[in-house]
Design a protein around this ligand. Structure first.
Ligand code: SF4
Ligand code: SF4
Length: 72
């Protein structure tokens, strides 16, 4: 049996400049990149995220990263 490593998208809050380009309204068509408070960095709802990678491309600062699920 082949084991596929579980992965997840996270926003590195130390890099994020809160520009909003990754958000549902501007980048994520799966409604997974969300921001509750305008002053807070987005978070990615892995219940919706398909790991499509669009936010990796859309973030101009490299703040969205793909990590192993264990590295939450
Ligand atoms: S990987 Fe795709 S689905 Fe997941 S948050 Fe980024 S843009 Fe949305
Ligand atoms: S696009 Fe990048 S810098 Fe802008 S809000 Fe999203 S994670 Fe933060």
């Amino acid at each position: 049996m082949v084991t596929v490593p579980r992965r997840r998208m996270v926003v590195d809050e130390s890099i994020c400049r809160n520009c909003g380009k990754c958000l549902v309204t501007r980048g994520c068509k799966y409604m997974a990149a969300l921001r509750i408070d305008r002053d807070e960095p987005p978070y990615i709802d892995m219940g919706r995220c398909t790991l499509c990678g669009a936010c990796l491309q859309n973030c101009p600062f490299g703040a969205v990263v793909l990590v192993a699920a264990e590295h939450e």
